[in-house]
Ligand binder design. Structure first.
Ligand SMILES: [Zn+2]
Length: 398
C-alpha cells in the first residue's frame, strides 16, 4: 500500500520531520523525537529514508549519556544545487547556490532585456551550464531554477503580464522554455519581490514583516509578511510607482498617463530633470548618486525631497501593513542617508504611533545581490517544502 506521494504509510510525514532540520542545526534521533513527539521507531524509519535519498547527512556525534554516542544529522546542502537568475533591463546575473542558499559561483553580463525571451533566456541558461560545469555539476543536479524579471509576472504560471520595458515577453512561457534544460521546477517572479525575499533571508529572519522599496529608474516594492512574499491576486502587489503623491504638482505627467505618480516625482529620471533645471548636469541614477557623494547641495536637497515624497506614500503602507522593517534599495539608495532621512522624516510623522513603535527604516544590506539570493530562496522554499520532500524521498527509495 502506498500514498499519493508514493510513500509507504510509515514514511508519510517524512517531509514534515525534515522541516525540523531545515535550519541546518544538526540533531540526533532522540532530539528529533522530543521536538516532534513521534515514536523513536517512526523517527528511525524516516531518518533512514532521508539518509538513503541524500537529503540528510551524518555530521558527527553528540555527547554520550552512556553507551555508544548518538549520531547527529543535518541537511545535506550539497545534495542538489539551485540555479538563480536575475534579469535587469540591461544585465543578467546567473548564480549556482547550494540548498542552504550559499552562492557557489556567479557571473554577471551585459544583457538587454529587449533582445526578447529566446535570446535572453538562452544566454542566461548557457552561463548557468558553464557555471555548473565549473563546479563539477550537471543540469540534472539542479533542484530548481529561480528567475527574477524586471516587470509584472503571473507567479502561478511564470508568464510576464504586459511588462512595460520587456518587448516580446508578454505571456511567454518561461518555465516551459527553461524547464527543457534543467531539473526541477522553474519559478518566476518580479525582480523587486525577489530583492525583498533576498533581504529577508539574509538579514531579517528575525523581522518577518518586511517592506523593500526599490528606487531607481522606476519605483516598486516587495512585501514579505509572516516570512512569505505577498503577491496579491495576480502578482502585482507592491506596485507603488503609480500611487499619487499628495500635493504633487498637477502638471507632472507620468509615463503611465496619470499625473503626480510617485515615480514621476521621486524616481531617478524625475530627480535628474529637477537638477538639470537648476543647472546640474546629471542624467542617470548613478550620476545623481555621484553628485550627492561629491557634496553637491542641490543634489542633496533633491534626493532628500524625493525621500519625503516616498515617505508620504510609505506612511500609508505602514498604516496598512504594519511592517517591522522598511528596506530602501535600488541605485538611488546608494545616495545613503539623504534619501533615508527624507523617508524617515515623513513616515514617523505621518504614520500611527503603534505602527511605528518598533519600525526600522534602513538601507539594503544585500545590495545588488538581493535578486539572486531571493531567487535561490524561492526555489529552496519550494523544493524543501514537506510535500516536495515526500515526493523526492518516494522517487529515490522506490
Ligand atoms: Zn504613473
Amino acid at each position: 500500500m502506498s500514498t499519493p506521494a508514493g510513500l509507504p504509510p510509515t514514511l508519510v510525514g517524512t517531509g514534515e520531520l525534515f522541516q525540523l532540520l531545515r535550519d541546518g542545526t544538526p540533531r540526533t534521533r532522540g532530539e528529533l523525537a522530543e521536538l516532534s513527539s513521534l515514536a523513536r521507531s517512526t523517527i528511525t524509519a524516516r531518518v533512514d529514508a532521508m539518509l538513503s535519498s541524500g537529503l540528510l547527512e551524518p555530521v558527527g556525534e553528540a555527547a554520550s549519556t552512556g553507551g555508544r554516542p548518538p549520531t547527529r544529522f543535518a541537511l545535506n546542502r550539497r545534495d542538489r544545487v539551485v540555479l538563480a537568475i536575475d534579469l535587469g533591463a540591461s544585465h543578467a546575473s546567473v548564480a549556482v547556490s547550494d540548498l542552504s542558499g550559499k552562492v557557489l559561483d556567479e557571473r554577471t553580463v551585459a544583457s538587454d532585456i529587449a533582445d526578447g525571451p529566446l535570446v535572453v533566456l538562452d544566454r542566461a541558461a548557457a552561463i548557468g551550464i558553464e557555471l555548473l560545469a565549473g563546479l563539477g555539476r550537471e543540469p540534472g543536479d539542479v533542484a530548481g531554477v529561480g528567475i527574477g524579471v524586471p516587470g509584472p509576472v503571473e507567479h502561478a504560471t511564470g508568464r510576464p503580464a504586459n511588462p512595460p520595458i520587456m518587448p516580446g515577453w508578454h505571456d511567454f512561457d518561461i518555465p516551459a522554455h527553461l524547464g527543457q534544460q534543467f531539473g526541477g521546477p522553474v519559478l518566476v517572479d518580479n525582480d523587486v519581490n525577489l530583492m525583498a525575499l533576498g533581504e529577508f533571508v539574509t538579514s531579517w529572519r528575525s523581522a518577518p514583516h518586511l517592506l523593500l522599496v526599490k528606487v531607481a529608474t522606476g519605483i516598486g516594492a516587495g512585501i514579505v509578511t509572516d516570512g512569505r512574499l505577498l503577491r496579491g491576486a495576480l502578482g502585482s502587489a507592491g506596485d507603488l510607482g503609480h500611487v499619487q503623491v499628495a500635493g504633487a504638482p498637477a502638471d507632472v505627467v507620468c509615463r503611465c498617463g496619470n499625473t503626480g505618480c510617485l515615480e514621476a516625482v521621486a524616481a531617478g529620471p524625475a530627480i535628474a530633470a529637477k537638477l538639470r533645471a537648476k543647472g546640474v548636469d546629471v542624467e542617470s541614477s548613478q550620476e545623481i548618486v555621484d553628485a550627492v557623494s561629491s557634496g553637491d547641495v542641490a543634489a542633496l536637497q533633491a534626493v532628500r525631497e524625493a525621500g519625503r515624497d516616498l515617505g508620504s506614500v510609505l506612511a500609508t503602507c505602514v498604516n496598512l501593513l504594519n511592517p517591522s522593517v522598511i528596506v530602501i534599495g535600488g541605485k538611488l539608495s546608494e545616495a545613503g542617508e539623504y534619501l533615508l532621512a527624507g523617508v524617515r522624516e515623513v513616515v514617523y510623522q505621518r504614520s500611527l504611533p503603534l505602527a511605528t513603535h518598533d519600525l526600522r527604516i534602513v538601507g539594503t544590506s544585500a545590495g545588488s545581490h538581493g535578486g539572486i539570493l531571493g531567487a535561490s530562496a524561492m526555489v529552496i522554499d519550494a523544493v524543501l517544502a514537506p510535500d516536495a520532500v515526500d515526493q523526492y524521498v518516494a522517487a529515490r527509495i522506490a
